[in-house]
Design a protein around this ligand. Sequence first.
Ligand SMILES: *Cc1c(COP(=O)(O)O)cnc(C)c1O
Length: 421
Amino acid sequence: MEKKPFVTLEQIREIAKTYPTPFHIYDEKGIRENARRLYDAFSWNKGFREYFAVKATPNPFLLKILQEEGCGTDCSSLTELMMSEATGFHGSDIMFSSNVTPAEEYAYASRLGATINLDDFTHIDFLEKICGIPETISCRYNPGGLFQVKGEFMDNPGDAKYGFTTEQLVEGFRILKSKGVKNFGLHAFLASNTVSNDYYPVLARLLFETAVRLTRETGAHIAFINLSGGIGIPYLPEQESNDIYKIARGVQEAYEEVLVPAGLSDVALYTELGRYMLAPYGHLVTQVIHQKHIHKEYLGCDACAVNLMRPAMYGAYHHITVLGKENKPCDHKYDVTGSLCENNDKFAIDRLLPQVDVGDYLVLHDTGAHGFSMGYNYNGKLRSAELLLRENGEVQLIRRAETPADYFATFDFCDLFESFQ
Ligand SMILES: *Cc1c(COP(=O)(O)O)cnc(C)c1O
């Protein structure tokens, strides 16, 4: 499918007068419509709830929008918990799906009344010593082996650091029950960025069967099953999008075939989607500031890998639109680069684009999740601003760009950088 930006050249020219490029911009309308589709698709399940994975896009203004659409948050660090708290999420609005968890983070999550999702059998004792065992708790499952969907390998849980083994889960539920747990949750995250309508249904069936077994063997009351994240998006224009209604129907079939006959017909389903909720509704907007003609043709942008790490880190594809040249033929081949002293700082290699001129604005698509949030400060580069395109067409600053003073802030114990403050 053709990828169309949600902003025009005219809009970006206007916005750039106030907020210079590069910046990330998010589309409120798209975010809300997508969240409503998700809730609609799963409306057959009474307790359904999406806990947005904060790590994907940790911005309180975006969390607020998702909160208004009924979502909670999924956190895995102290600052993600703090951001959820500051944004007005309370108690069971917060899922704490951490791993290798420091003691103070469990203590903080416990004080907030967040639902704790234990990553490991040994964390039962660890948690008990820190803050006691709550009445509601969840455990993360790792079935090991290879995870296949319709004969295709999706991922390799046997190599993943997360979760309890099956035997540990049975033993863990017994112990937790003896320590007073009344409501259990079961969680697994077995494949990432799946562009397939079958991932959730296959995962759900596995978790449902495990839940039935756990109920039989331990007498535990399973209150919810958390399908976690992993629904992907089509980064490539020729990829077909997931159909959330098909996905939800597939999960419903498994629910009716496995849980209902076992008497488990009141289990709530949770998700912890990150990418699916926001990735398509964010753009990284950058201006071409240089062109270079050596052994290849290079476009030099005012954004670089610190603003979007996925191409450098995973070789990930992000579609690029040259604003104002949407209908021109893509008959020029470029490497699209940033300014890091690091040769993998390329948003695209050998990408066919219309003829680009210095001063053109590029939209990098699908940067609304795992985009800004993976940013870093290599080469002393500063993080960009984040903007929100409101439903009424206004543009709101939702995070200012970093300044050198932010970069030097961790030297505030000495006076070397005082003149830059
Ligand atoms: C990263 C993560 C998610 C979200 O993953 P997406 O690929 O963005 O859907 C959800 N839950 C946990 C525990 C995670 O670590």
